[in-house]
Design a protein around this ligand. Sequence first.
Ligand code: A2G
Length: 427
Amino acid sequence: LMKTVSSGERFNMSGFAAPKMDKVRIGFIGLGNRGPGAVKRMSYIEGVEIKALCDLRQEATEKTKQMLKGTKHNPDLYYGKAYSWKELVDRDDIDLVYIVTPWEWHTPMAVYAMEAGKHVAVEVPAAQTMEECWQLVETSEKTRKHCMMLENCCYDFFELLTLNMARQGYFGEIIHGEGAYIHNLVDLNFSKTYYESMWRLKENAYRDGNLYPTHGLGPICQIMNINRGDQMDYLTSLSSNDFTMHQRAAELAQTDSTYSEFAQNKFRGNMNTTMIKTKKGRSMMIQHDVSSPRPYSRIHLVSGTEGFARKWPGPEKVAKGHSWLNEKEFNALEKEYTPEIVKKVGDLAKKVGGHGGMDFIMDWRLIDCLRNGLALDQDVYDAALWSVVGLLSEKSVANRAMSIDVPDFTGGRWKTNAPVDISLQGA
Ligand code: A2G
């Protein structure tokens, strides 16, 4: 499925600005762990109309609607059937479908929504197979509808700061970037209620690799201009064995037969490390561990010919040459390089919340782009590429860390696509 399609025949969604819209009418699908928060954040944003909410569970739709009491929003509710979401998408008064469902539903829902003439914002990862990645790309190009993956980490404060620093040349030429999703989810994964039908435990039980690469990759790819000046070339990926998940499954299975299936199973290894070489000769290292008892980290490391930055373990640090900047120097740097969007909505974002504010900045920026007819920061090529690393890592892991080519979803247009507009001025 390593397609080569000549770019001449294809519409380029990179830098594509859809016609402005005065208001953005939104339908949400999925009201589990992420959905209600997204609905709430959107309810604070000017120009948004929340038209419809959908979940399998009627109760979840009602509870979320209840949250909107006292606001101008009065969404219709869809629930009950596996395909109730299609009724929501088929409405003709929705501009944006916001998809917050288990991973396997992301692409089917996104494709259906674009085909129905709607822009799409879809949770991470956007796709689970190579075929799905291409389906997203082809559908977005054909329909000229945005397909933005909701990679919220691109909008966190230090990530935005380092993106702006990179744009202004602070790091010189970027040589290497590191990111990760290290977050102990053992208790959540084995919970019977947290993830609907324990879907996330199943992902970890039947697949081995970096199942969740986009939180670490997104900010690093923007800083390194991937899809926009450089491109991933090949990757290699290696997993440790599993030292904790099977043990937990076996313990639980002794008294609860729900877990028997998992006690038979080999789980994905605790730590996966994936290395990526780019066409311009630079490198990335991305890690994934959701089962070891250790503190949260996305690493977020940028190493250039003139400067260096690293977010985790905190506090965030920047260095020039051999020395770390002291607090005073760092504060001055922060003042100089804080992007406009943070100056504009950073304080409000911290109040509204969502991972400390980044979720709100992401939603605000999406609406700002749609209302002002600006290209989105994350397009369908980013969604496909950042997601495909997950499935390619599985192939590499299964073959003794064999190197695997990464497909170029842009069809060669990465050479001329413009970088993300980090002035983030909006209009
Ligand atoms: O844990 C965090 O909130 C993750 N987000 C999110 O993606 C999900 O994995 C959740 C557990 O369900 C970040 O770390 C930014």
